[in-house]
Design a protein around this ligand. Structure first.
Ligand SMILES: Cc1cc2nc3c(=O)[nH]c(=O)nc-3n(C[C@H](O)[C@H](O)[C@H](O)COP(=O)(O)OP(=O)(O)OC[C@H]3O[C@@H](n4cnc5c(N)ncnc54)[C@H](O)[C@@H]3O)c2cc1C
Ligand code: SF4
Length: 500
C-alpha cells in the first residue's frame, strides 16, 4: 500500500485542504519552516511571525486530530532549508513513496514541483479548491474574450454562487454600488479601534475574533469610506482579513456568506456589503485566475518600459512627501496598508517615476503580511504599473496630488502644496503626473479613457508644459534609489514586536 507524504505549505492552513481531506490513515503530514522561503525577498518580520505562528498552531491542531505530523523547525540541525529537498528528505526518513501537495500560491514553486517528478518519488499536485473558482474555470471564462474585465467576471461569479442574488437578479437592483463608495473622511469621524490579538493564543480563535470584530465594527461603513486615506487611522473601516484568508485560516465562502447575512439581517447597507463581497468574490478570484492563466510570462511584462530602481525611502520612510512618508511608516509598523494607500500613494508614485516591475513587486511581496505572489503580482504589475498593457485595468491608475488631497488629510501636514504644479512648494505628484503622460503619449494617447486628460495637456501653454517637464525632470534626477534590498537601512522598521 502506498504511503504518501502530505506537504502542507504556509498558506494552506485549512482543515478543508484537499490533500488533508483525502489523507489515508498511514499518511505523514509535513510542515516546513525553511530559510529559502523565508529569505528570497526580505519579508517583513510580522509576515514571517504570522506564517510561522499559524503553521505551528496548525500542526498542533492536526496532531490533536490524530494525524502523524512532522514539523521542520527553522532551528533543526538537519533542516535542508529548501522546501523541495526538505520534503524529499522527510519522505525518505518516513519511508514514503510519493509526495502529495495542493497547488502552491506561486509559479516558482509550482514549476519546481512539476519538474521534480521521479519514478521512485513522484510529486502529485492537487487543485486547490478553497477558492470560488479554479484556474480552469477562469480559463473557460476567458476563452475567446478580448478583454478580461473584472466587472463581467464578477457578475458571472454572483450568478454562479447566488451571493447577493434574488430571483436571478442582483439584490438592491444593481450589480455595483461604487458611486456610493467614494466618500473622503470629513470632520471628526470615529474609527473603530482595531482588536489586538496575541499569537500565543490559539490561532483559530484569534482569527475567529478578527472576523467577528470586523463584521460588527467595520462592515457598515466599509463601502462609503473604501477609497479614503487618513493621517490618524491605519485601518479605517477595512477588514484586515486578507492575511487570514490568504494563509487559509478563513475561507472566502464563509466570509462572503457572513457579510451577506449582515445585509439580510439589516445590520449593514447594500453598498457596504456589495462593495466588500466584490473585493473577495470578484477581485480576489479574478487576480488569481489572471495569475495562473498568464504565468510565467506575466512576470516579465513591462509594457511601458520602466527602468528605475526602487526609491530608497520605500525602505526607511525618509521623505518630505508626507503622504508617502505615512504610507511607508504605517506599512513598516503594521505590515499593512489599505488598498488605496497601496494603489494611489506608493503605487501611483512608482508608476509616475517609472519604477521597474521586478523592483516594485519584490517590495510589495516583502512588506505586507498578506503578500502571496498570486495576489500581489497582478495587483502590482498589472493594476499599479500597467505593465501588462492594460489587461487588468483599462487605463493606468495615475493621479496628481489633487486626488490625494481630496481623499486624505495628509496634505495639511506636508511641506508641499497640492495646488501648485511648479516652484519650490509644488507637490511633486503634480509635475510627475503630466510628465508621465508626456513620456507615454505613444502608448496611452489612443486609449479612449485617456482622451480627456490628453486634451487638457494639449491645451496647456508651451512654456507651462516646458516648466512642468523641467520640474519633474529635476525631481527625478535627484531621487535616490536603492539597487537591492540588502541595503543596510531597510531593516530599521522591521524590528518591532508583533502584537496584532
Ligand atoms: C500594489 C498592490 C499590492 C497588493 N498586494 C496584495 C497582496 O499581496 N495580498 C492581498 O491579499 N492583497 C493585495 N492587494 C489587494 C488589497 O490591497 C488588499 O487585499 C487589502 O488592502 C487587504 O486589506 P483588508 O483585508 O483590510 O481589505 P478590505 O479592504 O477590507 O477588503 C476585503 C478583502 O477583499 C480582498 N481584496 C480587496 N481588494 C483586492 C484586490 N485588489 N485583489 C485581491 N483581493 C482583494 C482581500 O482579500 C481583502 O481582505 C494589493 C493591492 C495593491 C494595489
Ligand atoms: S502635497 Fe503632495 S506630497 Fe504632500 S501630502 Fe499632498 S499629495 Fe502628498
Amino acid at each position: 500500500m502506498s504511503k504518501p507524504l502530505l506537504l502542507v505549505l504556509g498558506d494552506q492552513l485549512s482543515s478543508s485542504l484537499v490533500t488533508l481531506r483525502q489523507a489515508p490513515d498511514n499518511a505523514v503530514v509535513v510542515l516546513c519552516e525553511v530559510a529559502d522561503e523565508a529569505s528570497y525577498v526580505p519579508h517583513h518580520s510580522h509576515k514571517l511571525g504570522l506564517f510561522f505562528a499559524a503553521m505551528r498552531h496548525f500542526a498542533y491542531q492536526l496532531r490533536q486530530q490524530g494525524f502523524e505530523v512532522h514539523y521542520s523547525n527553522l532551528d533543526d540541525a538537519d533542516n535542508c532549508h529548501s522546501l523541495i529537498r526538505e520534503a524529499e528528505r522527510l519522505a525518505q526518513l518516513y519511508g514514503c513513496d510519493e509526495i502529495r501537495v495542493t497547488r502552491p500560491g506561486e509559479w516558482r514553486l509550482y514549476e519546481a514541483m512539476l519538474n521534480r517528478q521521479t519514478a521512485e518519488l513522484p510529486w502529485r499536485l492537487h487543485e486547490d479548491d478553497r477558492f470560488f473558482t479554479t484556474p480552469d474555470d477562469f480559463s473557460q471564462w476567458a476563452e475567446g474574450r478580448k478583454l478580461l474585465r473584472l466587472e463581467y467576471f464578477y457578475r458571472e461569479q454572483r450568478k454562479r454562487t447566488g451571493l447577493l442574488m434574488e430571483d436571478n437578479e442582483p439584490m438592491g437592483g444593481q450589480w455595483n454600488f461604487d458611486h456610493d463608495n467614494r466618500e473622503p473622511i470629513k470632520g471628526d469621524l470615529a474609527f473603530p479601534t482595531p482588536p489586538r490579538h496575541h499569537y500565543e493564543k490559539m490561532t483559530q480563535a484569534a482569527f475567529d475574533a478578527v472576523k467577528r470584530h470586523f463584521l460588527d465594527h467595520c462592515l457598515s461603513d466599509f463601502g462609503r469610506y473604501q477609497d479614503a486615506i487618513s493621517e490618524s487611522s491605519n485601518f479605517l473601516f477595512h477588514s484586515r482579513l486578507s492575511a487570514a484568508l490568504n494563509i487559509g485560516l478563513l475561507s472566502p465562502q464563509e466570509v462572503c456568506q457572513a457579510a451577506e447575512q449582515r445585509y439580510l439581517d439589516e445590520q449593514a447597507p447594500i453598498n457596504a456589503v456589495e462593495g466588500f463581497i466584490r473585493q473577495i468574490l470578484g477581485w480576489r478570484e479574478y487576480v488569481r485566475g489572471l495569475y495562473w492563466t498568464q504565468m510565467p510570462d506575466y512576470k516579465r511584462r513591462n509594457s511601458l518600459g520602466f527602468e528605475r530602481d526602487l526609491p530608497a525611502f520605500y525602505w526607511d520612510a525618509k521623505t518630505d512627501m508626507h503622504c508617502l512618508k505615512r504610507a511607508v511608516e504605517m506599512t513598516m509598523d503594521n505590515g499593512y496598508a489599505h488598498h488605496i494607500q497601496r494603489l494611489m500613494v506608493t503605487g501611483n508614485f512608482a508608476l509616475l517615476c517609472g519604477v521597474k516591475p521586478e523592483a516594485l513587486c519584490d517590495w510589495y511581496l516583502a512588506v505586507y503580511i498578506d503578500a502571496c505572489e498570486w495576489v500581489e503580482l497582478p495587483n502590482t504589475l498589472g493594476m499599479v504599473l500597467h505593465a501588462d498593457g492594460g489587461q487588468m485595468g483599462s487605463k493606468p491608475y495615475c493621479a496628481s496630488g489633487k486626488y490625494i488631497n481630496k481623499m486624505s488629510d495628509h496634505c495639511q501636514h506636508c511641506r508641499y502644496s497640492p495646488n501648485q504644479v511648479t516652484g519650490e512648494k509644488a507637490c511633486p505628484f503634480n509635475s510627475l503626473y503630466w510628465h508621465f503622460l508626456e513620456q507615454h503619449r505613444g502608448s496611452l494617447q489612443q486609449n479612449p479613457r485617456m482622451k480627456l486628460i490628453y486634451g487638457s495637456l494639449d491645451r496647456m501653454a508651451p512654456d507651462k508644459r516646458s516648466a512642468i517637464h523641467q520640474q519633474a525632470q529635476q525631481f527625478l534626477d535627484q531621487l535616490e534609489t536603492s539597487t537591492g534590498y540588502g541595503q543596510p537601512h531597510h531593516t530599521a522598521g522591521y524590528t518591532k514586536e508583533t502584537t496584532s
